[in-house]
Design a protein around this ligand. Structure first.
Ligand code: GLY
Length: 320
């Protein structure tokens, strides 16, 4: 038995590549890394890796996290510039005895010494998005504010040996302040894995996801006997309720999880959240989910929806 679940439709190609590896008894760490690198490398996904949208100073600052569920080792980078695959750097850091989380210049020095590929991550398309957004804000006389919704790629999975991993990669909020760090490189918030129980990962507004340490919370709930689906729904609904009660608003909160039996779950507080599942008994499939009366109802995405998704992502973009 093996399985993977990942946030957002953009994970489909990567999960498809990685499933072949898992089918041939490959290791989950390699599979997840390969799948996330595929998302990082694709220039038309504007919230992860190459082509990711920049901060308010028009610099692409990337965050990534990785956790090995066998050893509980973690690795993460935050605010790193000009490296092609932050998830690979995070994975490498998870194997170090100390210094597992590195930020900014220190992370770049480490990545350089380890021979990771350098790359200018700011694409012409991302520059157009930035300039258009600046113009919009000037026209509407808005102050510089980051977009709230965000599409981090997060992935969890189990291999035929029973090893589990959770990992993330993101460019963070569009127009964020230089140095801003979200949930994605924070263990327990953006990602968590324990091969004896299960693994989870999150996407959405980092500032709010961190308030609930949501990935750890889901794994903890699975450990009390909840199914991945019930654990995801309980964690999202509870955090949203607390945020509404205490602050009057809640950002986007979306999560996916898998347990050590390969059962999966997903929950969200937004409309049409998409995610990808592949298991030893299920070909890679994109689902859309919506919350109805506190429970998330998952539907397979149609061919037409998938086609439209890619067409929209790759549509020509002009400067306004
Ligand atoms: N969830 C990604 C971020 O807030 O940066």
């Amino acid at each position: 038995m093996w399985g993977m679940i990942a946030t957002w439709t953009m994970a489909l190609e990567g999960v498809t590549l990685a499933s072949q590896l898992l089918q041939e008894n490959g290791e989950i760490g390699q599979a997840v890394e390969k799948a996330i690198c595929a998302v990082e490398d694709f220039p038309f996904y504007k919230s992860v890796g190459y082509g990711g949208l920049p901060n308010e100073e028009m610099q692409v600052e990337l965050d990534a996290g990785y956790m090995d569920g066998d050893t509980l080792d973690i690795g993460a980078v935050a605010g790193i510039h000009d490296f092609a695959n932050p998830v690979s750097i995070a994975k490498k850091l998870s194997g170090e005895m100390l210094n597992n989380i590195l930020v900014g210049a220190g992370a770049e020095k480490y990545a350089h010494k380890q021979g990771f590929e350098r790359k200018n991550m700011l694409t012409d398309r991302a520059k157009i998005h930035y300039k258009n957004r600046l113009k919009e804000m000037e026209e509407e006389q808005l102050e510089m504010k980051p977009y709230r919704g965000h599409d981090t790629v997060g992935m969890v999975g189990i291999d035929t040996q029973g090893s589990m991993v959770s990992a993330t990669s993101t460019s963070g909020l569009f127009m964020k302040k230089a140095g801003r760090v979200g949930d994605s490189p924070i263990a327990g918030s953006g990602f968590y894995a324990d091969s004896e129980v299960g693994a989870a990962t999150a996407t959405g507004l980092g500032e709010d996801l961190m308030k609930g340490c949501i990935s750890y919370e889901i794994v903890h709930l699975m450990n009390t006997g909840l199914s991945p689906q019930a654990a995801c729904e309980t964690a999202v609904n509870h955090l949203e309720k607390q945020l509404l009660k205490r602050k009057g608003s809640a950002g986007d909160l979306s999560v996916v999880a898998m347990n050590a039996q390969g059962e999966w779950g997903c929950a969200t507080n937004i409309e049409n959240f998409s995610f990808v599942v592949a298991t030893s008994t299920q070909a890679p499939t994109v689902y859309l989910t919506n919350r109805v009366d506190g429970h998330c109802v998952h539907e397979k995405a149609s061919e037409e929806w998938l086609k439209n998704y890619m067409t929209t992502r790759m549509a020509p973009l002009e400067e306004k």
